[in-house]
Design a binder for this molecule. Structure first.
Ligand SMILES: [Zn+2]
Length: 264
């Protein structure tokens, strides 16, 4: 899933100017995986140290790298200690951490599955939203925001993930990228097979960059949710090297070839 980072950056800039608005977002999307990926992207953009907002997230600064590796001290997930629900203590713990302030640009409290918050917790949260402290950002992941209290909704900026997903001019371009991605990630494929599929499907530098971006997103997802964290971190480094190679002027097909050789 490729998100339109330009659009996300513009939204942050536009909504940030209104200082009366708390920095709180509802990220609305039914698919958990897509929603979580979007929240991570949003957090990276907010935290990225790159001065040119058009280039955020840069993927290279300390903040971006920490978020990608899941080690950022500024990202605070509300932990769910109840069986299928959040306990009041879970909210208290997150708020206390948020109050301590940020190491980087913001301290970001993330509540995925905010739909399952009890009314008591939502009211508690409301206090933080009404008196936002400097640098505190709260992101609520929701599959349907109508499940949240109206008072919460009115204090948050709602982002419908579908509105921020890159649209491809034609469907076949998206399909070609997906086919290339699947082939690269398939462990049992041989190098020459991968090379051929890529040569067939990736015809421009832009497509090569999109493909590497998608690959990185897959590795990040696996790193956070899977068991082979170190291996995935190495894969991300390899992908980032390929992006750098292309930016330095290396031919994209050569950079891709090197990439698939290294991740074999
Ligand atoms: Zn960055």
């Amino acid at each position: 899933m490729q998100f339109d980072t330009t659009k996300i950056n513009n939204m942050i800039l536009n909504t940030g100017r209104d200082t009366n608005f708390s920095r709180a977002y509802i990220v609305e999307e039914k698919e958990t995986r897509v929603r979580e990926a979007f929240v991570e992207k949003l957090a990276s953009i907010l935290e990225c140290e790159e001065t040119d907002s058009a280039l955020r997230p840069c993927g290279q600064c300390a903040s971006c790298r920490q978020i990608a590796k899941g080690t950022s001290m500024d990202i605070v997930h509300m932990e769910m200690t109840g069986k299928n629900s959040y306990k009041t203590e879970d909210a208290t713990e997150m708020m206390e951490r948020l109050r301590l302030g940020s190491y980087g640009k913001h301290v970001i409290g993330i509540i995925d599955d905010a739909d399952s918050l009890t009314e008591i917790i939502q009211n508690k949260l409301l206090k933080t939203l009404e008196e936002p402290e400097r640098g505190v950002v709260i992101i609520l992941g929701s599959s349907n925001k109508s499940r949240l209290l109206k008072t919460i909704q009115s204090r948050c900026i709602t982002i419908r993930v579908r509105d921020y997903t890159e649209q491809y001019e034609d469907e076949s371009a998206a399909e070609m990228l997906c086919e290339a991605l699947e082939t690269i990630m398939r462990e049992e494929s041989f190098f020459y097979e991968k090379r051929n599929v890529i040569a067939k499907n990736i015809k421009t530098r832009q497509d090569a960059e999109k493909l590497i971006g998608m690959l990185e997103d897959e590795y990040r997802y696996n790193m956070i949710h899977g068991t082979m964290r170190e291996e995935m971190a190495d894969m991300i480094d390899i992908a980032e090297e390929a992006v750098k190679d292309i930016k330095r002027g290396m031919d994209y097909s050569k950079a891709l070839k090197r990439l698939i050789l290294e991740i074999q």
